[in-house]
Design a protein around this ligand. Structure first.
Ligand code: 3Y8
Ligand code: NAP
Length: 249
């Protein structure tokens, strides 16, 4: 009997959730509970951590999950690593739905760095107006270079002080549009963007706007992930769970 746990929190996860619901499949959608008011899903939804690897393995067993799908974000490394270990413990098949990294073209001025500390090191020495488009959770290392004027973008209003004195912030939930991000970069006089190589369409607008304005981008590579089955579209996930129709998906 097919019963799916879908680890979500991305555009692709929401798209897959709509397909699973449309097919009437028995599936549970899972959010970490990072945001105040996550997008409603067309599936029964649970919110919050599982309690590490063992907590997730117990959940898989007690909920009689037959298929685990990791459609979390490429930078949600902790969750993805736990999913691999828990699926093995509970002897449940795991499939990761992951979008391809973004790649630069000749019109882009990207500097690739391996991680957050390397992004801090790559910042210019002279004071610069920087759009730090990496969310809320990894800001503290940038306090090492307080002479920059940082612009931050949060999903929810910050409830505790931001670890970057003097930073400006905007509250917005993606997916974002190129027109909106062009306006943001122009009105805030941004001269450099720091971004995570998240891939997908929902966070891409700032890169397209940077290309139009000829702005440099420091692009943070995604963390390496242990070997697991990875697919790149909803159709492949449906085929994996044995529910793709001959005429469509
Ligand atoms: C809680 C669920 C959907 C999913 C939409 C995608 C697109 C819009 C763009 C910028 C970059 C950033 C951030 C971002 C985007 C989508 C997608 C994506 C980037 C929500 C969501 C949850 C989160 C968590 C949140 C993080 C933060 C990261 C903001 C919902 C809206 C920067 C990642 O305040 C916090 O604690 C925020 C934490 C993890 C990264 C960070 O470290 O701060 N996403 N984002 C999920 C959960 O609880 O399980 O609220 O509806 C989902 C989306 N955010 O269904 O339409 O698919 O990537 N999310 C990044 O890519 O760099 C914004 O500003 O340009
Ligand atoms: P993370 O650092 O990889 O995970 C930390 C812990 O959060 C996990 O060990 C787990 O707690 C819990 N968790 C994470 N995702 C979960 C989910 N979908 N359902 C239930 N628990 C979850 O996670 P993160 O990077 O903060 O991402 C959190 C959520 O935001 C995920 O849904 C992710 O898809 C989404 N998101 C993240 C980013 C990003 O840049 N990181 C961008 C867009 C969306 P336990 O150990 O207690 O089980």
């Amino acid at each position: 009997m097919t019963r799916i746990l879908l680890l979500g929190g991305t555009t692709e996860a929401s798209s897959l959730a709509r397909k699973l619901a449309a097919k009437g499949l028995d599936a549970v959608f899972s959010y970490a509970g990072r945001t105040d008011d996550p997008v409603q899903q067309p599936l029964p939804t649970r919110i919050g951590g599982f309690g590490g690897i063992s907590g997730l393995a117990d959940y898989l067993r007690f909920e009689n999950i037959s298929h685990l799908i990791d459609a979390t974000h490429p930078f949600a490394a902790g969750m993805s690593r736990n999913a691999i270990a828990a699926a093995e413990l509970a002897n449940i098949p795991l499939c990761a739905l992951e979008r391809a990294p973004w790649t630069a073209n000749e019109a882009d001025a990207w500097t690739h760095v391996a991680n957050i500390p390397a992004a801090v090191s790559a910042l210019p020495e002279e004071p610069t107006r920087i759009f730090l488009a990496i969310g809320r959770q990894n800001l503290a290392p940038f306090a090492a270079k307080p002479w920059h004027q940082y612009l931050l973008r949060f999903v929810d209003p910050p409830i505790c002080p931001v670890p970057l004195a003097g930073a400006e912030h905007v509250i917005a939930r993606g997916p974002f549009t190129e027109a909106d991000d062009l306006k943001l970069l122009k009105t805030r006089r941004i001269k450099l963007i720091v971004a995570k190589n998240s891939g997908g369409s929902g966070a891409r607008a700032k890169l397209d706007a940077a290309r139009v304005l000829g702005l440099p981008v420091i692009m943070i590579d995604r963390p390496a992930m242990p070997t697991r089955l990875v697919v790149h579209d909803v159709a492949a996930v449906l085929a994996w769970i044995g529910h793709s129709d001959v005429l469509g998906v």
